[in-house]
Ligand binder design. Sequence first.
Ligand SMILES: Nc1nc2c(c(=O)[nH]1)N[C@H]1C(S)=C(S)[C@@H](COP(=O)(O)OP(=O)(O)OC[C@H]3O[C@@H](n4cnc5c(=O)[nH]c(N)nc54)[C@H](O)[C@@H]3O)O[C@H]1N2
Ligand SMILES: Nc1nc2c(c(=O)[nH]1)N[C@H]1C(S)=C(S)[C@@H](COP(=O)(O)OP(=O)(O)OC[C@H]3O[C@@H](n4cnc5c(=O)[nH]c(N)nc54)[C@H](O)[C@@H]3O)O[C@H]1N2
Ligand code: SF4
Ligand SMILES: [Mo]
Length: 727
Amino acid sequence: MSMAFMKLKKRRDSSRVVLIAGRVGAEKMNQGMKTQCPFCSVQCKMQLIEKKNADEPSTYKAIGTPNAASEGRLCIKGIYAHQHALSEERILHPMARRDGQYVAITWEEAYTLMASKFTELQTQYGQDVVGVYGGGSLTNESAYLLGKFARVGLKTKYIDYNGRFCMSAAASAGMKVLGLDRGLTNPLSDIALASCIILAGTNIAECQPTIMPYFTRAKAKGAYLIAIDPRETGTTRMADLHLKVKPGMDAALVNGILKVIVEEGWIDAAFVQQRTKGVEALLAHLETLEMNEIVELTGISAALIREAAQAFSQAATGMVFTARGVEQQTDGHMAVRNFLNLLLLTGNFGKPGCGYGAVTGQGNGQGGREHGQKADQLPGYRLIENPEDRSYVASVWGIAPSELPGKGVSAYEMMQKVQEQEIRGLFVMASNPIVSNPNASLVEEGLRKLDFLVVADMLMSETAQMADLVLPVSAFLENEGTLTNFEGRVLLREASRSAPGEAKHDWEILCKLAVKLGRGAYFPFTSAEGIFDELRLASRGGVADYYGITYERLRDDEGVYWPCPELGHLGEKRLFETSFAHTDGRAELSVVHNHVLSEQVSDDYPLYLTTGRTLVHYLTGEQTRRSESLAQREMESFAEIHPSTAQRLHIEDGALMKLASRRGAMIVRCRYSDNIREDMVFVPMHWGGAQNVNKLTHPALDPTCRMPGFKICAVHVSGLHSAAMSV
Ligand SMILES: Nc1nc2c(c(=O)[nH]1)N[C@H]1C(S)=C(S)[C@@H](COP(=O)(O)OP(=O)(O)OC[C@H]3O[C@@H](n4cnc5c(=O)[nH]c(N)nc54)[C@H](O)[C@@H]3O)O[C@H]1N2
Ligand SMILES: Nc1nc2c(c(=O)[nH]1)N[C@H]1C(S)=C(S)[C@@H](COP(=O)(O)OP(=O)(O)OC[C@H]3O[C@@H](n4cnc5c(=O)[nH]c(N)nc54)[C@H](O)[C@@H]3O)O[C@H]1N2
Ligand code: SF4
Ligand SMILES: [Mo]
């Protein structure tokens, strides 16, 4: 794997203009922009140095800034992140679609148009005819304000966000079992203190590359690493034991591991007795399970299951990390609960080197899920259906609790409502749903039926190209605000240049729109800091309590962990040291059944398709496909397939092939790989249009958290010469 790291010697300089001696050499040196990478959940701090010689165009160089998470490293996406933000493809003016063409309009016209269209629809069909769809790239301030805008500005119950597809399984499992959901329960420095580490369905080497050294350090200290993934990746190659599980069978695999641990008496009885509840039901359930059946379901031998059980339970300290491989399944919620069972039965919580990590995805995947963009949620992780939570937040917002709408539906279900025309107006901010939703053709069909679609983005995404109104927003270099990284550490990202053209900050747009809707009094903000101060208050006393965190603290510090209930509070680095977050202080053990896949392979669709990521691209690729240096490393999509499977189908390495599911088809280049199981193919999610793999994926949702099962569907694969060209 071509992992690119940049190291920088430790430097503590908080000034904005920084000259890096010995690096920029004799060239003329310009301003160093202090910022944070806009992509993944590590939120690496960096400086972007602009170099300009007389009449030549500027060149830019990104340099990592030492900080507690990335320690000054950047991966290749961070190194080139500025390219899309500085690209000529930025949207510079609000644009309205007129006779099929976009025309530039003024902001005043844009606000008036949007407010009048949404009001017209709401007058005719009721408040809930308009939906709001947010994203985990938004700062905490904009995410918070978007939730308030939906409930107080538009008074609709329909709001959800792309994090539904990302964090909902782990988040809901954490809430249920531990009483709290924070990506990592421990600081990253705890990883080196773990004696055994399980990495399940997480490809850190490509998805959070700058934290790889934490794991290599643990290994150097003798830790035993177990990876669970149907493919071999840069992450699994680091492991001592790689369990190449059949896709979707994590819950069953953990059942096997738990069964061995219980039968051998390797549980931590004192911990279970003092700090958990529900052990009897779990033990009784495990007794009913047959190891032969688990071996059959998972494709992992009893000997290897035993090896994993022994290594994990006998280690002095242990940590488990899960990501989307486990979670983007129709049993993702329960599968995560089974991994939490494993940690609880072995007493691995609340001590150095012991804990759980849901490896959060987006830059503000953590904060974005705490402050009210989710259908059932209010700020501070409060719940919209809880009367006390409603009254508290209503009091902060200056409205009556009865004015707050109820709970809406999840992201994909909103798309179904769009398709059924129950939602006729949609406001998308920081997402590209036409590419990232499962069953994308149906989603596209629905979006075409909308009476009015508004997209706020900085680039013309596939979804923006369908909009009636496009609103240009500021990018990471231009937009001040806080983001909460996967450790639950709140970080301040300062703005270092002004936005191009007429682009505005997301929160500014919301405030101005509220005025047009006659709700301006509730949105009086003139700065991100002003919004953060209201967020602090709205989150006070909630699960994700930010009250004690201020911009002033964040300017002086590298970030503050939540919960942080008071100004003098240092924030909790390691959670659950003495009790879990439920009122009785105990964690809840769960009975988890082996999973039955929503879609089985058949004669017509004999292979499993799984989808995910590659190092150089980010999500639907809107940003990274516009970074020249990244795009040229992966120009097009591909399908990773085992050579023996491909040869059986007479498909050569590098040839085009057709992939078809019951919902759609795509043509994609074949990439031979010995690293993947023979019963499956892997296609990345970073391309839209004809290369959008979500035309094939299955829309079945997890019954608890409503996460789509992105990671598995059944497909038919054929060489292009034998395939119809009409896809
Ligand atoms: N380069 C890059 N980095 C990113 C992103 C990106 O788009 N590109 N996106 C960010 C975001 S938003 C997210 S959510 C994270 C995602 O980070 P990850 O979840 O680590 O990434 P994925 O590639 O989606 O899936 C991880 C692994 O799950 C495996 N997998 C598939 N099916 C199964 C299964 O049934 N069981 C198990 N155990 N494993 C399975 C896949 O083979 C894959 O290696 O990455 C973040 N970082
Ligand atoms: N098949 C398959 N599908 C998946 C997944 C998978 O593994 N497999 N993973 C899922 C996951 S984990 C995720 S997180 C989703 C992500 O899916 P999307 O939400 O579609 O993700 P992005 O590509 O990040 O789209 C974000 C859009 O917002 C814009 N943007 C970026 N920053 C800002 C900002 O600050 N403000 C505004 N207004 N716009 C901004 C970008 O230019 C881009 O057009 O995809 C999901 N879909
Ligand atoms: S993509 Fe993630 S790991 Fe890479 S530089 Fe950006 S924040 Fe850091
Ligand atoms: Mo994600």
